[in-house]
Every structure is written in C-alpha cells, then in structure tokens.
Design a protein around this ligand. Structure first.
Ligand SMILES: [Zn+2]
Length: 472
C-alpha cells in the first residue's frame, strides 16, 4: 500500500496535472453509428454522458478526458441513436393475440367489445408499463401513442423511463374516459396542461380518424394543438373504403378532390400533424402533405396483416415528406420492435414496385432514427448522437451470430438485427436496460400486477365469440 501511494505521489509531482472532467456515463470501444449530418461511423469510439445530455463523442483518445461513475466497455458493439416507433396504442398489449382466427371485423367484433367491458385506469397503466418494458428491450427509446386515459400511459412511460409523444384520443362516441362523445377534447387539454413541461413526455391530442370525428371537432382538436403548440396524431387514409366512411361524417367532402384535399380545405392539415398509415393517396395528396409539413408514420406490418394496403412510403420519402416507421398497436401488428420493421419496409416496397432497388440500408436506419425525429419535429433533441443532444441511445451486440459478419454496419442493423440483440438502452441519460436487465422498475412486482390484468382479460375473452379461438 505504501509503495503504491508513493508511486502516485511521484507521478503527481512529475506529470502536468490533467484534470479529467467528471461525467455520469462513459462508453468506450464502441462502433458509433452517429446518424449526424455527415453520417459518421466512428470505430473504437467513445461517448460521454452527463445528466440527460451527450457531452462528447469521438475517437478512442476522447476517453482519457473524462472520468465517469459508470463506464461501459462496448467491446466493439454498435452504439446508435435509440429507435423511434411513430405509431402505437401500447396499452392494447393486454389484448394481443385475441381475434386472430378469421374474425370478419376485428375492430367491431373483438376490439370494441373488449375495450367496452375491460378498460379501466389500472389495465391501461399496467399494460402500458408492460409494453414500455418490451419497447426498451427492443431498442425503442421514443414512441408515439394514442389511447384513452393517456395520463396513465404517461405515468407508466415515466416509470420505465422512455420518451413518449402521447396523444389523448378524441372520438365521436362514449368511451372509457368520457361518457359523452368528444369528451377527449377536455381530457386532452387537462392532460396537456399537466404534462406540458415534462422532460420525457410530450403530451398531444389525437383525433382518432376523420370517419370517427366530425369537422367541428377536428378543428377543435387543431385549435388545442395550436394553442399549446403540441403535436396532433391521427389515423389517415388507412382503409380502401375509407372515403365512403368519412363521407358519412363529412358530407362537405363530396366537393373535394380527395380526403386529404378536403382536410386541407377545412384548414386541418398542420406541421404539428403526425398522420398514421397514409396508404390510399395520390401524387397530388403527397405534394400537399409535403407542402403543409405533415409528418407520416408508415406501419407496413400492421397494414399488411389487416389487408389495408401498402403505403407508397417510398414515393413520399423521395418527395421529402417527413416519414418514419411505426408498428401500430400490439393487437394490429403484435410485434412492437422497430428493428424488424426495416426489413419489412424494404421487402413490401420492392414487391409493390417490382423493383429490388428501393431503400438502401442507410435510408432505413435514417427512418427509425433522425427521420422519425423529424416527423415528430424533435430533430434538435433526438435522432442522432451529437454533443448537446439528449442521451437516447442503444447498444447492439455486434458479435451475435445473426449480426455476423457485419461488413456494412447499416446492412447488419436494417436487415439482420433482432430485438434480442439490443443489450443496453439509455434514455435521457438514464440506463433503462443494461445487459438485457431492466433497471428502472421492480420487475417482480410489475409481473404480479400484469398477471392480474391477463387473468381478467382471459376470463372475458373466453366468453367472446372469436376472442381466443374460433371453432372452425
Ligand atoms: Zn392505430
């Protein structure tokens, strides 16, 4: 001991004192996929996190300038921006796997009866927490959500430590959090006031769709979005027969060229709008979305599973529409990870266009990182790894067999990676998952609450025709 002390004393006396800057987390020996403007990939890179921010990013020599409470030696693994899932209804995980056997109309025959009988604050909260765990374990750090009692989704999201853009639903009939139609407007306003300054939650308003919300209430939702400067989330041109469905609630639309042209004419389209699905539209509609700065969430797994169609997402991207990827709720697409959506996006576009060229791996990785951030208008805070931005990042196991040989890191991520390859998830500077262990909540007590939710749902689903399994 004395020898060591004297050696340190000697070093101090002869070397110029280099003060290492204290930080909270230091990641070393990483393959850093920055997604910055130059799309730099830094081999053997280092990244320092202090509080909620990335304070430095660079090569191996950077590490010596920082002293951290917590050092993560990435051993060559990939460090990339946390992924963004632009469309979800995470509390519906309680109903995942129901109505999968030749149900004629999933929405009306299974989903609405389940929601009517079972939804309450507890189910929404516990299920949201369950989904947030799944999202974190799949490398999603930010997600957009639309549901009821969205304040419960917000609380669960904060418990797990994810970033959420959460929209309270506005719909033209009575639902769990409102006895009268369109009660979501007042609910949303209170929710927005309560969470407006939250570090992780961006409260939003979510008119469900033009076929469930009339003109007056669409415009009322837009007014709230403008007043509080919060996002507006809505399903749009999702179904092949949607025009007829919308016409019933909007007779004025008969004079408009299309649903999107009509929404523009009434003054609904806005740069704060994030439109979900956006499948059945033409070239002029796409130009209109670009002109109005509308963001788009492309959810091809849910859309193909429901036979709704394949969005011309590729064409929208080429026109410069801000477009990212989503999954839709766990009852529609079942899986909530965004990693495996990238492969699917390219595959269905290539089938649709009979052309194997659309989407480079880099373009796909852009869609789940900086592209998704742009669609949410959060590109100044998240979506790339740069000093001064929030520390939202994930570590992907580069040694996993399915990630080998990994000559091109973008191809390995976009076409090869599975959610289970995500080792560590950090959001707003907080370690949410490390080495595949959730650190932010007591998982055991969560599991007990989740089991009670599942038992209750199962008991009712067994009484519902087509709920668990058809006899056919
Ligand atoms: Zn949806």
């Amino acid at each position: 001991m004395s020898r060591r002390l004297s050696l340190i004393g000697l070093c101090l006396s002869i070397a110029a004192p280099v003060m290492a800057e204290p930080v909270d987390i230091l990641i070393t020996d990483a393959t850093i996929v920055t997604m910055d403007a130059e799309r730099r990939v830094i081999e053997k890179g280092a990244l320092a996190i202090k509080g909620r921010d990335i304070v430095a990013i660079g090569g191996a020599d950077l590490a010596a300038s920082y002293e951290a409470d917590h050092v993560i030696d990435a051993g060559g693994d990939i460090v990339m921006p946390g992924m963004i899932n632009l469309h979800n209804h995470i509390s519906m995980v309680a109903f995942r796997g129901l109505g999968e056997y030749e149900v004629e109309n999933l929405l009306f025959d299974v989903m609405f009866p389940l929601e009517k009988e079972l939804l309450n604050r507890n189910l929404i909260h516990v299920s949201a927490r369950q989904s947030a765990i799944e999202l974190a374990m799949g490398g999603v750090t930010t997600f957009a959500d639309m549901y009821y009692h969205e304040d419960e989704v917000a609380r669960a999201t904060k418990e797990v430590g994810l970033r959420g853009v959460l929209g309270e639903t506005v719909i033209g009939f009575p639902v769990v959090d409102s006895e009268k139609p369109y009660g979501g407007l007042a609910y949303a306003e209170k929710f927005i006031q309560d969470f407006k300054d939250d570090d992780l939650i961006t409260p939003a308003i979510a008119p469900h769709a033009p076929y469930t919300v009339d003109k007056e209430h669409l415009l009322a939702a837009r007014a709230i979005s403008d007043k509080y400067e919060v996002p507006m989330l809505m399903h749009m041109v999702e179904f092949p027969d949607e025009y007829e469905m919308v016409l019933e609630r909007h007779p004025d639309m008969a004079n408009a060229r299309s649903e999107i042209a009509y929404l523009d004419e009434i003054g609904f389209l806005s740069p704060r709008l994030l439109a979900k699905h956006v499948i059945h539209l033409d070239d002029a509609d796409m130009d209109l979305l670009k002109e109005r700065g509308v963001g788009v969430a492309h959810n091809p797994k849910a859309n193909s599973k429901a036979a709704s169609g394949i969005s011309p997402a590729w064409e929208m991207m080429k026109k410069g529409v801000d477009i990212g990827l989503g999954t839709d709720g766990p009852m529609s697409s079942n899986q909530m990870d965004i990693l495996t959506v990238m492969h699917y996006v390219a595959s269905v576009a290539r089938l649709r266009l009979h052309d194997a060229r659309p989407y480079t791996p880099l373009e796909l990785v852009e869609m789940v990182t900086i592209g998704g951030a742009r669609a949410l208008d959060k590109q100044d805070d998240i979506g790339s790894l740069e000093a001064g931005k929030r520390a939202d990042l994930i570590i992907i196991d580069r040694d996993a067999p399915n990630m080998q040989p990994g000559y091109d890191v973008y191809a390995a991520i976009a076409f090869g990676a599975y959610p289970g390859n995500v080792l560590t998830t950090i959001v707003n500077g907080q370690r949410v998952m490390e080495d595949r262990k959730i650190l932010t909540i007591d998982v055991e007590s969560h599991d007990a609450e989740w089991k009670a939710v599942k038992d209750r749902v199962k008991a009712f689903a067994e009484t519902l025709e087509g709920g668990i399994r058809n006899e056919r």
